[in-house]
Design a protein around this ligand. Structure first.
Ligand SMILES: Nc1ncnc2c1ncn2[C@@H]1O[C@H](COP(=O)(O)OP(=O)(O)OP(=O)(O)O)[C@@H](O)[C@H]1O
Length: 210
């Protein structure tokens, strides 16, 4: 399997507090990398550094050229990034939010496929209501719907606490979705306080519990 990213000797200090140092990791295509650690350990900071959204982390990081050429950059393409807070525009409907995410990737997705992805995350009947009228878990589902579009050009998911606000059934469904994406060759880098049970999950502990 292709080695997608190599990071060496990453170091991060915040307010004179070292979050992590000498942190090295390789990310291989098809694996699920689960970054774990207590609150404030630096998981989000590390995740954002890996995709170029944060520069407070020092050290060497390189992505395989097949990935970097296709856009592993803050303005990039070819991966879904779900931030800790669901990036949902509250004045727009779930359908409009999903269409916007797709447009950002210049992907060609039919409207029935958008409706199907929203149904997959349990938002059937809520496609056309303003997102501000949805519950926290439903708003999270709007953000998650993009994972169900199966865009062939998206080979990497970067997920920051994707299980937040989800009910038990939705957590289980998302676990299965993540697993099957990896089984099909997709790569997942995620943070979560929720334990994953997939055999190919590689845990990376940072912070006090490391
Ligand atoms: N913009 C910032 N400026 C200064 N300090 C920051 C900033 N963002 C985060 N931090 C600090 O960096 C530390 C790590 O934050 P981070 O969000 O990466 O932790 P985390 O491991 O993801 O935590 P949680 O499990 O609570 O989500 C925290 O102590 C936080 O206060």
């Amino acid at each position: 399997m292709t080695k997608l990213a190599v990071a060496n000797n990453l170091f991060c200090e915040r307010d004179d507090r070292i979050l992590f140092k000498d942190l090295s990791l390789n990310i291989t295509q098809g694996e699920i990398v689960h970054i774990k650690g207590p609150n404030g350990a630096g998981k989000t900071t590390l995740l954002r550094r890996l995709i170029g959204l944060s520069w407070v982390v020092e050290g060497d990081l390189s992505w395989h050229e097949s990935v970097s050429e296709s856009g592993i950059r803050p303005d990039g393409h070819r991966f879904w990034y779900l931030a800790h807070r669901p990036a949902v525009t509250l004045m727009q409907t779930p359908l409009e939010n999903l269409a916007f995410a797709v447009a950002m990737h210049q992907a060609d997705v039919s409207e029935p496929s958008l409706w199907a992805a929203l149904a997959d995350v349990g938002l059937k009947g809520f496609e056309d209501v303003p997102a501000h009228s949805l519950s926290a878990g439903q708003q999270r589902r709007v953000a998650l719907a993009r994972l169900y579009l199966n865009l062939p050009q998206i080979k990497l998911w970067v997920l920051d606490e994707p299980f937040t606000a989800l009910d038990v059934q939705a957590v289980s469904q998302l676990e299965t979705t993540i697993e099957s994406f990896a089984e099909q060759g997709g790569t997942v880098i995620m943070t979560s306080h929720h334990g994953l049970h997939h055999t190919s999950v590689r845990e990376l502990h940072i912070g006090a519990a490391a």
